[in-house]
Design a protein around this ligand. Structure first.
Ligand SMILES: [Zn+2]
Length: 414
């Protein structure tokens, strides 16, 4: 594929100099699990191409599927199904309560609060919270659990309404949402409007450096409009009078997650300065860093497909673990249909009984690994590898093996 510039403007800075570096084909929406009565019917498909902005360094996809299609209709991600994420969230809440001296007069706002898994930690300590999430089932689950949640898309207009009603946030938390927002300037303007003068915003998001270095191409799908670095986030924030002041990195969360600390004042820690300097030094702020990625990804695709075909020709049976968006992206991009992988298991009861988009494997409960005993399980949810393998000790002890697809296909266990 030849590198070319695009007529689509950059989502952050509006530049028309975007340079495309990866084309993952025309794929169904990765979260659009198919209900049994719809199997075999045509699915919506959209191009999946990735580009780099040389002007503000933001990596992004070129297609814009309306968010209503992605996060409201049939959105089935419930955060509370991951023990690892729950523990991570509890530690984050404890730290915030302590570091920001939060109490009954404080307000903690979470954007994309899902089923309230994180805000629950504040509610348990009598700290007022407000969750905002457009997904109706998740917002309803949170409200039912006593976590005040508004079922809305967040942006500057909503922030002004809240501010006019007398609310300012001492803490705003936005975890794994900024990638999901098409109008990032409106979203960040809203955060600036709602944040108290001395307030703190923490934002968690996967790191584009890990995406490239660890070949996590399956984290690219239509729900993820943007792929951030510290530099691109800082430039976005500064446009709205906000500053990136500290950076943390969690190696084992979602394949490498950054947490940015952001506020109205420019008070950068040494650590933040080091991250920004390292990004410039490593080349992450320049197109060359990304230009070879398409060949790398094609290499992984061929390797994985070859491995599965070899195992299958030796008579092995293969299942997969993780009916999440990245699993769907991997199955569709690599071309893994029901002739190679028979079924997919997932712990999320809302997903069981559906079928994978595009490739049509049925989604079953994890106990199917014990009942049906496939020889291999392709680990689509590799970001939860440790957690899943610990849960599947019985399968492993019975001789089962996992195949971890990235950074390079590898067989584990047995
Ligand atoms: Zn830009």
């Amino acid at each position: 594929m030849s590198v070319q510039t695009s007529k689509v403007p950059c989502r952050s800075c509006g530049s028309l100099n975007l340079r495309r570096f990866l084309d993952l084909g025309v794929t169904p929406l990765a979260d659009a699990l198919v209900r049994p009565d719809k199997v075999g019917e045509p699915e919506d498909r959209f191009p999946l191409e990735v580009a780099f902005c040389p002007d503000c360094t933001l990596t992004q996809i070129l297609e814009e599927v309306p968010p209503q299609k992605l996060f409201v209709d049939n959105y089935l991600y419930f955060s509370s199904f991951s023990d690892h994420l729950l523990a991570h969230s509890e530690r984050h809440a404890d730290w915030l309560i302590d570091a920001r001296n939060l109490g009954p007069d404080s307000l903690v706002v979470e954007l994309a609060s899902n089923d309230g898994y994180l805000l629950k930690n504040f509610v348990d300590r009598d700290i007022p919270v407000l969750g905002i999430d457009p997904a109706p089932d998740q917002a309803a689950a949170a409200n039912a659990a006593g976590i005040r949640t508004l079922e809305r898309f967040f942006g500057d207009e909503m922030a002004r309404e809240l501010r006019d009603a007398g609310h300012t946030a001492d803490v705003i938390i936005a975890n794994n949402v900024l990638a999901h927002v098409p109008d990032i300037n409106g979203f960040v303007a809203g955060m600036a409007t709602l944040l108290a003068d001395d307030g703190l915003i923490t934002v968690e998001n996967p790191y584009v450096r890990e995406l490239v270095d660890r070949r996590e191409f399956d984290t690219i799908y239509h729900e993820h409009y943007c792929y951030y670095s510290c530099t691109s986030i800082d430039r976005l924030m500064q446009r709205h009078g906000l500053f990136l002041n500290d950076v943390e990195f969690f190696h084992n969360l979602h394949g490498g997650t950054l947490r940015w600390h952001i506020g109205h004042q420019n008070v950068r820690t040494e650590r933040a300065l080091e991250y920004l300097a390292a990004e410039e030094e490593s080349g992450l702020n320049h197109f060359d860093y990304y230009s070879a990625f398409a060949d790398t990804v094609e290499g992984v695709r061929k390797q994985l497909l070859g491995l599965l075909q070899d195992l299958k020709s030796q008579g092995a049976s293969i299942a997969a673990y993780g009916a999440a968006a990245k699993g769907s992206t991997l199955l569709n991009y690599v071309g893994i249909e029901t002739d190679l992988v028979d079924f997919v298991v997932d712990r999320n009861t809302h997903k069981q009984g559906t079928f994978m988009p595009g490739t049509n494997q049925p989604v079953l409960a994890p106990r199917a690994l014990i009942e049906r005993r496939p020889d291999y399980v392709l680990l689509l949810a590799w970001n939860f590898a440790e957690e899943i393998m610990a849960q599947q000790r019985e399968y492993l002890e019975g001789g089962g093996k996992f195949i971890v697809p990235v950074p390079a296909p590898e067989i584990v266990g047995g």
